[in-house]
Each structure stands twice: as C-alpha cells, then as structure tokens.
Design a protein around this ligand. Structure first.
Ligand code: NAP
Length: 309
C-alpha cells in the first residue's frame, strides 16, 4: 500500500482527492498548518502531520515510509483582496512551502517515487483572448503568472535532489475547478439561487474549467504513470465562457436569469486588481495530457454542473 502525503489536503481539491485515493487503497496522510487528528475536522483513516512554513518546520514522521507527495497547499488566490501583504502570502505560501519540502526531502534522503504539484493556468495570464494555450505558450507578466512561475521553479528543484535517482516531478496547471465544496461554482451559484445571477463583464471571456473528479483522477494518473513528468494543463476538453457557465448553473438550479451583466467597472471597484482574473480569461488546451493517455469523465459542461449542483 503506497503512502501519499498531501499538503493542503484539507482544501477543496485535497478533500475529494483523499476520498478517491482511499477508495483505491492508498494510505493517505495530510500535511497541514493545524493539528486536526483529535478534533471534529479530522478525516477518518487519514493521519494529519503539521508544518510551520514560516518557522521552517515539518513534523519529521511525515516522511516515514513515504512514496509520493501531492503538493496542493497555498493561500487562496480569490479569498481576499490583493493587498501587498496578501500578495506576499499568496506567493510565499507556495514558494517557501516548496523550498521547505525540498530541504526535508534532501535531509531525510526520502526515496520518493514522485512529487506531483498543483500549478495554475494563471501562468498564461488572463489577457490572451481566443488564443489556444498549450504548455509551450509564453508566460505572462501578470501578478498571478509571476507567482506560478516562481512556484514551478521551486517545484522543479525537487527533481535535482539526490545524485543517482532523481525524483520524478509533475506539475498540473489547474484551470477553474468545478466543485460543490468551494470555489467558482459555489460562488457563482449563490446569486443565481437568490434570483440575482448575471454574467460578469462581457460574459464572453473564456473559462477553462475542469470537474473536480477529473482533476483528482488526473493527480492519480500522474502518480501512477512513470512517463508523466513536467508541465500539463489540467483543464477539460474545451473551455466555455462566463456567460455559458452562468446559464448552465441557472438551468441546473431551475432559476431564471433576467439581470443585465455585472459591469466591469463595478467588479474593478469591488475587487481591485483581482478583477482582471474574472473579467479576463484564457482558452487552455488539455491535448498534452490526453495524448499521454488521460481520459475525462466530464466532457459536457451541463452534465458536469448538473452532477455537482
Ligand atoms: N480550485 C481552483 O479552481 C484552482 C485553480 C487553479 C489552481 N488551484 C491550486 O490548487 C491547489 C488546491 O486548490 P484548492 O481549491 O483545493 O485550494 P483550497 O481549498 O484553498 O485549499 C488549499 C489548502 O492549502 C492550505 N493553505 C491555505 N492557506 C495557506 C497558507 N497561507 N500557507 C500554507 N498553506 C495554506 C490549507 O490547508 P491547511 O489549512 O490544512 O494547512 C488549504 O486547505 C491550490 O494551490 C490552488 O492555488 C486551484
């Protein structure tokens, strides 16, 4: 039974991934900022280890008999307005955490089989229009792109640990995850339920989505396939638009949409720089992971939304 340590395993993706890994017979442990073993947040059958990224500490037992690490931890990019302090937190929760894992892996000489990290399609920026983006597309200079670039650079250093058997490293550049436990779908469904749903900005901006179960299946695919290394876009077979997703949610909830789109200036006022992520979008291709043999369960947006709502 292989042991997998998930950082940020308590989040939207990590919770679902944990369930699916346990169902497949993996031994799963979490690395978290808080000790959840004895409280009501404890996940059954999952050992919780703690780390303190700022203090540079990881509970050493986390690395015992460890086969894989899935690195999901990071401060939510849409949880708070992007003040300078928040931007620092968004960046350092990813770069410093990765550096710390790298340091401990080197010191403990853990014979890890693979390190699979979350990354994000924000690396391409949200101002690329209709252009279909592949893993080879240029990296943007926007704030989030810079965060992801630095995060991926730290992740790649893990491949260099150990002189003889290098660690296999894969990075999944995640799109907009559709889940009923948090994130875009939950936030977009709230106003629709209250008869106040409306597309944002022009509504025509691309939205490269993925059902949370397909994303978790992709993490497991990356763990189980030795030929998976490097960067892969973790988005579905085709992007949609903000307007089409809003309509799909309304259809699934059987609610009308009658309000005009939320104007861009209102979102800019409300969200500041973060609004660019919502008013812009990007059209990202998943051809590379499909060519590697990955198959999606959710290719139709309406089916995915209906399944989750
Ligand atoms: N969901 C999406 O649409 C999406 C899209 C692109 C990329 N991603 C990336 O995929 C990863 C997982 O996404 P998710 O939606 O599951 O995220 P999430 O629900 O926000 O969970 C992330 C986890 O990271 C830990 N965390 C939060 N703030 C932290 C901080 N300041 N320092 C260290 N750890 C912190 C938390 O675990 P503990 O409290 O247990 O420490 C949290 O449960 C994230 O890195 C995210 O950026 C997600």
């Amino acid at each position: 039974m292989s042991k997998i340590l998930i950082t940020g395993g308590s989040g939207t993706v990590g919770t679902r991934l944990t369930t699916l890994l346990l169902q497949k017979g993996y031994q799963v442990a979490h690395l978290s900022r808080s000790n959840k073993n004895d409280n009501k947040n404890a996940t059954p059958n999952v050992k919780n280890y703690v780390w303190d990224i700022k203090k540079g500490y990881i509970q050493p037992e986390a690395f015992e008999n460890l086969d894989y690490i899935i690195h999901l931890a990071g401060a939510g990019v849409a949880d708070e307005r992007w003040t300078d302090a928040r931007k620092k937190e968004i960046l350092e929760s990813r770069t410093l955490s990765t550096q710390l894992l790298c340091k401990y892996l080197a010191e403990t000489k853990t014979p890890l089989k693979a390190f699979v990290s979350a990354s994000a399609i924000g690396i391409y920026g949200f101002d690329t229009g209709n252009q279909l983006l592949t893993e080879e597309s240029p990296i943007s200079s926007q704030f989030l792109a810079d965060v992801v670039k630095k995060w991926e650079e730290e992740v790649q250093k893990i491949a260099l640990i150990g002189s003889q058997n290098s660690i296999r490293v894969a990075k999944l550049r995640i799109g907009i995850v559709l889940s009923n436990k948090g994130g875009a779908l939950v936030e977009m469904a709230k106003p629709v339920r209250l008869f106040a749903g409306a597309a944002l900005g022009t509504g025509k901006q691309h939205l490269s989505w993925i059902h949370v179960d397909d994303l978790c299946k992709m993490f497991i695919f990356a763990i189980e396939n030795n030929n998976i290394s490097g960067e892969y876009n973790a988005v579905g077979v085709a992007a949609t638009t903000n307007e089409i997703l809003t309509k799909s949610i309304a259809k699934a909830l059987d609610k009308p949409l009658f309000l005009p789109n939320v104007p861009a200036f209102a979102l800019n006022l409300l969200l500041g720089e973060m609004a660019g992520m919502i008013l812009g979008g990007n059209n990202v291709s998943s051809e590379k992971i499909q060519k590697a043999g990955f198959q999606f369960d959710y290719t139709d947006l309406d089916v995915a939304v209906k399944n989750l709502i």
